[in-house]
Design a protein around this ligand. Structure first.
Ligand SMILES: Nc1ncnc2c1ncn2[C@@H]1O[C@H](COP(=O)(O)OP(=O)(O)O)[C@@H](O)[C@H]1O
Ligand SMILES: [Mg+2]
Length: 258
């Protein structure tokens, strides 16, 4: 069975793309065939793997418009077991006109339903709650919400909970979610806010938190995930721990009926 995981937060710069890539790379180390899908027209995930969006012939746009199958749009990344469906600028147009199609929310789910050669599909969402994110949340069994321990994060977490409620009512009743604390520093403010998030969300927060690590900022420059660029770094270890925790969670919860 393929598990589809969306990574979303309407807030930008919270490590959605970093998490999609690092988690995907850690999962393939454990032998999980993984497909990354770059849902963001800004194509940061695509670029972080050294792929130029302007030079990709097919992208998520073709998948959503029904022009191509998953197999026709996906490509290898150079990391064995890890494939990607790249983003392209066309997705901005697609996002604007998707609404006019009937049942547009289900286009991605339908397109991915035949991709059973992957154990996990990771959808990296744009920092907005438009048609692309709605397609991702309709296709996913699990939503991961990366969040920083910052004062303004509480607001976007609330917005995300509203969105989950809405998606559950409209298109995907069994959508589950988990909060991931990212870019954690060692200051007192971070410690306090982490405690607040953990007590508010209980076991909906991954035990693994990702700390600040400047090595992660260097990864896109070299076009490699952290597990290859700095395999022994703290960030690589933490993303491996997250992969482990996710695998256990999928095994226990997602594979069972909601
Ligand atoms: N744990 C971390 N420590 C330090 N920098 C990080 C960490 N996670 C992400 N970053 C950096 O923060 C910036 C935003 O991350 P990104 O993954 O692009 O966020 P998003 O996709 O949510 O907009 C990037 O420059 C990225 O390299
Ligand atoms: Mg991003």
């Amino acid at each position: 069975m393929t598990t589809i995981v969306a990574i979303a937060n309407e807030k930008g710069g919270v490590a959605k793309t970093t998490t999609a890539l690092s988690l995907g790379a850690a999962l393939v180390e454990n032998g999980q065939e993984t497909l990354l899908v770059d849902m963001d027209p800004q194509a940061n995930l695509t670029l972080a793997l050294g792929i130029q969006p302007s030079q990709t012939r097919r992208s998520v746009a073709d998948l959503l418009l029904g022009n191509s199958s998953t197999l026709g749009v996906s490509r290898e990344t150079g990391i064995p077991g890890l494939d990607i469906i790249p983003a392209s600028g066309e997705m901005l147009l697609v996002e604007r006109f998707l609404y006019v199609r009937q049942h547009y929310e289900h286009l991605l789910r339908r397109a991915l339903s035949k991709s059973n050669m992957y154990s996990i599909i990771i959808l990296d969402c744009p920092p907005s709650l438009g048609a692309l994110t709605i397609n991702a949340l309709t296709a996913a069994q699990l939503l991961i919400i990366p969040t920083q321990c910052e004062f303004f994060s509480a607001h976007s977490l609330r917005e995300m909970l509203d969105l989950i409620r809405n998606i559950r009512q409209r298109t995907n009743p069994s959508l589950r979610y988990r909060v991931l604390i990212t870019m954690l520093g060692r200051t007192r403010v971070h410690r306090t806010l982490q405690e607040q998030i953990r007590s508010a969300f209980g076991n909906a927060v991954f035990e693994t938190a990702i700390e600040n690590d400047t090595k992660l900022r260097e990864c896109p420059v070299v076009g490699k995930p952290i597990t290859q660029y700095a395999p022994e770094s703290r960030a690589a270890m933490q993303y491996r721990a997250l992969a482990q925790e996710l695998e256990e969670y999928v095994h226990q919860a997602v594979a069972q009926p909601a």
